[in-house]
Design a protein around this ligand. Sequence first.
Ligand SMILES: N[C@@H](CCC(=O)N[C@@H](CS)C(=O)NCC(=O)O)C(=O)O
Length: 232
Amino acid sequence: MIEVWTWPTPNGHKVHIALEEMGLPYKVIPVDIGKGDQFKPEFLAITPNHRIPAIVDPDGPGGQPLALFESGAILIYLAEKTGRLVPADPAVRYVCLQWLMFQMGGVGPMFGQHGHFHHYAPEKIPYAMDRYANEIRRLLGVLNKRLAQTEYLAGNDYSIADIATWPWLRFPERRGIDYADYPAVQRWYDAIGARPAVQRGIEVLSSNQRQGTMTDAEREVLFGKTQFAAAR
Ligand SMILES: N[C@@H](CCC(=O)N[C@@H](CS)C(=O)NCC(=O)O)C(=O)O
């Protein structure tokens, strides 16, 4: 059975949702990133990047075990393993991968930095706050234009590109965003959120979801010396 080393964050949710959509059995191994589980040797043996999610598939290519980190790589792997949620037609497949990369290189990092500077940074830095607020609005505008033309990001069919993007677009009100300004995003967001597999995916470890502000101990693990000591 596939092991999923994870925590209930947008990058973790992508993998939970994909596994639910594909109907693959999996075992959840919680990695409490606020407590520092990501720095434990057993997790570092799977991912030198000490970030969730990571998977271990005992039945990987050639029947050999495969350990993988980076949520985008995991989604491509699972889609190819099952032949699901990635288009077979090469032309559409590359469009799907294009939007997956747009999420990995754009939506994820920019929404992440927006959250950092708006909610977690110890000082309010107007330049950084404006920079990421403008950037997430720009990215939402790009998504809105695409979704005004096609039902899903890759085209007619739901795919790993949608699965990668949707969890990052949750809780727009926390980002000062109203999807009434992005009607095609709103339509797509509601349709995906209504899928039973998506609802099951976001329930994984949901009782551990952060409520309210971060403690000083969590802040130290995520943004302080512990975080940067680990990479040396
Ligand atoms: N590009 C990576 C990003 C992974 C990532 O940033 N994960 C966060 C949670 S969403 C994490 O593990 N943070 C732990 C830490 O910062 O120490 C991916 O998509 O898998």
